[in-house]
Design a protein around this ligand. Structure first.
Ligand SMILES: N[C@@H](CCC(=O)N[C@@H](CS)C(=O)NCC(=O)O)C(=O)O
Length: 244
C-alpha cells in the first residue's frame, strides 16, 4: 500500500476525534502521530513550526492544493479542508452550506470554548471554584437547550444530512457525557429535556465511519494520569508558568 499523504498529529481529545471522523467519512488513508501534550511536545520547535498556537490537532497533507504540501491547525478548519477536498460532509446548496458552517462555528466558539473551561474548573483547578463552576455549568445547560431546539427542527445540525457541523459537535457531547452524566442531569443521555439531542447522538453513533474513528481515538494513549505537578502547571500556564 502507498504511504498515506495525510498525517494527523493528535492526542486523545475531542478536537482530534472530530478530524478522525472526517478522515474516516472521506475514506482517506492517514498516519496518526501521537503528540504528548502533558509532556509538552506541543511547545517543541518542530511542533510550533506546524502550529504556532501549540495545540493539537494538526493535519499535514503532502498532496495539498496544486500538489504541494499543506499544513492546517484548528480542528474546524481541518474539517472544512477535508470536506472541500473530498466533497463530503458539506452541502453544495449555498443556503444549506451556510447553515452547516454556522453550526460548525457555533461549536468552535461556544461548545468547545465553554466545554474547555467547564472541564478546567471542574477537573483541574484547585478547589474553591464555585463561581466559575456555576458559570460554566449554567452556560453549558443553555447550550444544550440551544442544540435541543435546533434538533427538534432538523435531523442534523444545519441540515437533514450528517455534515462537518455534526462531526464537530458529536465528540464534545460524548466527552461531556463521559465526565458529567452523573453530576449534571442536563448532560445525562436520558435527560427528559434533551430527547432530540439523544436521538441525534444515536444516529451519529450508528455510522460505520464514526465507529471506526472512535475505535482509533480510544486507542490513543493518554499520559494525564502520569502528569507531574509541573507538567500540569505548564499546560495550564499557572504557578511558575503564569505570565500575569
Ligand atoms: N480550537 C482548537 C483547540 C485545540 C485544543 O485546545 N487542543 C488541546 C487538546 S483538546 C491542546 O492541544 N492542548 C494543549 C495545550 O493547551 O497546551 C481546535 O479546535 O483545534
Amino acid at each position: 500500500m502507498d504511504k498515506p499523504t495525510i498525517e494527523l498529529f493528535g492526542s486523545p481529545t475531542p478536537n482530534v476525534f472530530k478530524v478522525l471522523i472526517v478522515l474516516e467519512e472521506a475514506g482517506l488513508q492517514y498516519a496518526l502521530k501521537a503528540v504528548d501534550v502533558w509532556k509538552g511536545e506541543q511547545f517543541e520547535d518542530w511542533f510550533v513550526a506546524l502550529n504556532p498556537n501549540s495545540k493539537v490537532p494538526v493535519l499535514m497533507d503532502t498532496a495539498g492544493p496544486a500538489g504541494a504540501p499543506h499544513v492546517i491547525f484548528e480542528s474546524c478548519a481541518i474539517l472544512l479542508y477535508i470536506a472541500e477536498k473530498t466533497n463530503i460532509g458539506i452541502p453544495r446548496d449555498p443556503r444549506l452550506r451556510s447553515d452547516v458552517l454556522q453550526w460548525m462555528f457555533f461549536q468552535a466558539a461556544n461548545l468547545g470554548a465553554m466545554g474547555g473551561q467547564l472541564n478546567h474548573f471542574h477537573l483541574y483547578a484547585p478547589e474553591d471554584q464555585d463561581y466559575s463552576r456555576s458559570r460554566y455549568r449554567t452556560e453549558m445547560a443553555r447550550l444544550f437547550d440551544v442544540m435541543e431546539r435546533q434538533l427538534s427542527k432538523t435531523a442534523y445540525f444545519g441540515s437533514d444530512s450528517f455534515s462537518i457541523a455534526d462531526m464537530a459537535i458529536y465528540p464534545w457531547i460524548l466527552n461531556l457525557r463521559a465526565k458529567y452524566s452523573e453530576t449534571m442531569p442536563f448532560i445525562h443521555p436520558a435527560s427528559p429535556n434533551h430527547g432530540a439531542l439523544a436521538n441525534w447522538v444515536e444516529r451519529c453513533a450508528a455510522r460505520a465511519a464514526v465507529r471506526k474513528a472512535q475505535a482509533t481515538f480510544l486507542a490513543i494513549k493518554s499520559t494525564l494520569a502520569m502528569a507531574t505537578a509541573e507538567e500540569r502547571d505548564r499546560i495550564f500556564g499557572r504557578n511558575a508558568f503564569a505570565r500575569g
